[in-house]
Design a binder for this molecule. Structure first.
Ligand code: GCW
Length: 723
């Protein structure tokens, strides 16, 4: 007995000692420090005494261990696993939907409404003993439920009468890593890849486990390990054994691995002289390759493919269509339950058509021609992950194809890892957009969750912002974007505010005043960046290649669609890309209700004005200001709000730990410089066309346009390797 107490004491002290580690952000939102508010703590210590897990699997053990460590840390008392109901305060984990106990707690309807990844958490009584019951159909639901319960406690929610029903709305919830085999990351700003390919499969970095935990905690169930600008070496046996090692680690966390498939792999590593998708040898080669993969990794997820885009090989090289390529791979994967995610990010410089129209033109005619295990992966907008884009016209245009969406969590175009930008509002803006494809309410979310068009499989992907930086994402607030992506992939009805609220409480503090300040910083941050980078629908005017900083002057490059002047079309008359009937007519790719709205200057939301219209400098906007004045105003607004953010952050000194306070403070200073740089460079440049003076109150730039023009960043992070 005494010994037992002593062991408990050691255990709790070990966890408490753990808490004194540096605040370097490594723990992400999975922080289980002792709750300092005694009243809040009391509610939990009174209700939670031990765990009783009816399931018995690797996954359920992970759930139990997470609860044990988490609750012991949060509650400051040892919470252990017991072999039955032993008094009040049990957390029961069960998959049994047929026991008397389960039947007494849950209705039949509740049980059937819980999908394969879902869970229920309920307060219940068993033989007069009060318990919290986590029910799920599969083991993974127990882990998701465990993380949910921990979150409720981390965020100080009342757990007296729990009644939570949660099932994800989308099936495949994936991270896409643009990680290369040499550990560089295309558009990665948080160090090198966490995949240490050289040391795999023998050396298992503990970080792989923390990566899996973090993803499981937000419901992510798949990871594409490699860059879409792909390297066929990953499909060689040597590398597949390394992939297997990762798959084995991730499996109990409910995470499947996927790989990018380089279309020319049959030539490069297979010794064939063609990769033609209709060639039998090629088809067999892929079948064999897939068989080899599934032998090693029985739950392999499938392939992600970027084909015939930005120099990648693809079926068009052989006069074949995208569906020929996708279906060839899908056929090979089908017997094993694997999927193909075929990217719709396809455009060609040889095509004189507006780049915004090309993917639609290419794919719309292929609707209904993809096998049922193919998903077409469509970026949120038609150009490329800009700070703001209208939703991609393919959503709602391919009812007979499994459309999934791709967001970019890494901030390629949103200040990279030196900027605080909370992306949930951007993700939500797209998901909530109404395509009108089947009348009002046909939102993008309902297209991708399959409910509108009855898809056979549904998915959502986010390009990861993770690297080997100690804090995972470079900027600590980048963690919020990883978190928010997972949360929205699970349930797109959540609001950016709810998600941020949880994240802040879990990551920083439950102190309401401090939490609210951080919340207000986060919620305005995306609009701030839009304002000082690309207000009013401007897009793609950033630095050449590295995409860092402003460069609206970029022109005369080998590809017109990689220049800035192609997109902003500034001239002496005005600014913006005419995508109405008088221009490229990209609006016609939307359903009539949407097309009409975007077409008319009066009804086009001003946030998309210059995306769809070439507007004269003197055109009066809703504010009463001319385009030129409004542009200057917006750039200024963005700058002002960064200043406000800095002041708000400064007021948090001593409210949060020094380490993270300083980290964010220094980065905000960088962001402030960048905001000023964006404003000055863009306004000076556009002024050469508008030929108008700065409006009253506009701070005169301290440098010349030539100066901004001359800046070079040859070693900016995340540049893609030449391919
Ligand atoms: O945004 C562009 C990026 C490329 C990227 C491409 C894509 C992986 O600048 O680096 O390549 O999109 O999404 O394929």
């Amino acid at each position: 007995m005494l010994m037992n107490k002593f062991i408990k004491f050691l255990f709790v002290s070990a966890l408490l000692i753990h808490q004194t580690r540096p605040e370097d952000g490594y723990r992400l939102w999975l922080r289980y420090d002792l709750i300092s508010d005694k009243n809040v703590l009391k509610q939990y210590t009174e209700n939670i005494n031990y765990i009783f897990c009816e399931a018995n699997s690797e996954t359920s053990s992970i759930a139990v261990n997470e609860l044990r460590d988490g609750l012991t840390g949060l509650l400051g008392k040892a919470i252990v696993n017991k072999s039955g109901i032993k008094g009040n305060g049990a957390i029961v984990l069960t998959k049994n939907d047929n026991s008397n106990f389960t039947k007494s707690v849950f209705t039949k309807e509740e049980l059937t409404n819980t999908n394969d990844d879902g869970f229920i958490i309920k307060t219940a009584f068993y033989k007069g003993k009060k318990a919290i019951v986590i029910y799920s159909k599969k083991d993974i639901g127990l882990l998701y439920g465990a993380f949910h319960l921990l979150k409720l406690i981390q965020t100080h929610k009342n757990i007296e009468k729990l009644n939570v029903h949660s099932s994800p709305k989308i099936q495949l919830r994936l991270l896409n890593h643009w990680d290369n085999l040499d550990r560089t990351i295309e558009r990665g700003y948080a160090g090198f890849s966490i995949w240490d390919w050289h040391k795999l499969p023998d050396y298992i970095d503990p970080r792989y486990i923390d990566y899996a935990r973090a993803n499981a905690s937000i419901g992510i169930n798949g990871t594409v390990l490699t860059n879409v600008n792909s390297n066929s070496a990953v499909l060689t046996h040597q590398y597949l054994t390394k992939v297997k090692a990762l798959a084995d680690i991730f499996r109990p966390y409910g995470i499947k691995v996927y790989l990018t498939a380089r279309f020319s792999a049959p030539i490069e590593i297979g010794g064939l002289n063609t990769a033609d998708p209709l060639n039998n040898e090629v088809r067999n080669w892929w079948k064999e390759k897939v068989r080899e993969i599934f032998n090693l990794i029985p739950d392999f997820g499938g392939f992600l493919v970027k084909a015939n885009s930005e120099g990648q090989p693809g079926p068009n090289d052989y006069g074949r269509n995208h569906n020929d390529g996708a279906n060839m791979l899908a056929e090979a994967l089908m017997p094993y339950g694997g999927h193909v995610m075929w990217r719709a990010f396809v455009y060609s410089n040889d095509n004189p058509e507006d780049r915004a129209k090309q993917a639609y033109n290419e794919f719309k005619p292929l609707d209904g021609k993809f096998l049922r295990n193919v998903l077409l992966q469509v970026k949120n907008g038609a150009i490329d992950f800009q700070p703001r884009e209208p939703f991609h016209p393919l959503f709602g245009a391919m009812p007979n194809t499994n459309l999934m969406t791709e967001f970019q969590i890494t901030q390629e175009y949103l200040g990279q890892a030196t900027s605080l930008v909370y992306l949930a509002p951007l993700f939500k803006e797209c998901l909530d957009s109404d395509t009108y494809s089947q009348g009002k309410g046909s939102t993008v979310a309902k297209v991708i969750d399959g409910s509108l068009e009855k898809h056979s499989v549904t998915g959502i992907a986010g390009v990861a912002n993770i690297g080997n930086d100690r804090n995972w994402t470079g900027h600590i607030f980048g963690q919020a974007n990883w978190f928010a992506f997972g949360k929205l992939a699970w349930d797109y009805d959540l609001t950016p505010e709810e998600i941020a609220d949880d994240w802040i409480r879990m990551t920083f503090t439950n102190d309401i005043k401090t939490k609210n300040k951080i919340l207000s910083i986060m919620l305005s941050s995306r609009e701030t960046v839009v304002n000082y980078m690309t207000p009013l629908g401007l897009h793609h005017i950033m630095g050449w290649d590295h995409h860092y900083g402003p460069a609206p002057w970029i022109k005369d490059k080998p590809r017109a669609d990689w220049t800035s002047v192609y997109y902003h079309k500034a001239d002496n008359i005005g600014l913006g890309f005419d995508r109405t009937k008088t221009g490229s007519n990209a609006v016609s790719q939307y359903h009539p209700e949407v097309a009409d709205m975007f077409s008319l200057l009066q009804t086009c939301p001003e946030k998309y004005l210059l995306w769809f219209h070439h507007v004269s400098w003197d055109y009066k906007l809703k504010s009463g200001k001319t385009l030129w004045e409004e542009l200057c105003f917006k750039y200024n607004e963005g700058n002002k709000s960064i200043e406000e953010t800095i002041n708000k952050w400064e007021s948090l000194r001593n409210k949060i730990d020094q380490e993270r306070f300083n980290h964010v403070k220094m980065l905000l200073k960088i962001q402030q410089k960048e905001a000023k740089w964006w404003r000055n460079a863009c306004i000076l440049y556009f002024q050469t066309f508008s030929k108008q003076p700065f409006p009253d109150g506009f701070e005169t730039p301290n440098e010349t346009l030539e100066f901004y023009h001359s800046l070079r960043f040859p070693y900016a992070p995340g540049i893609r390797p030449t391919w």
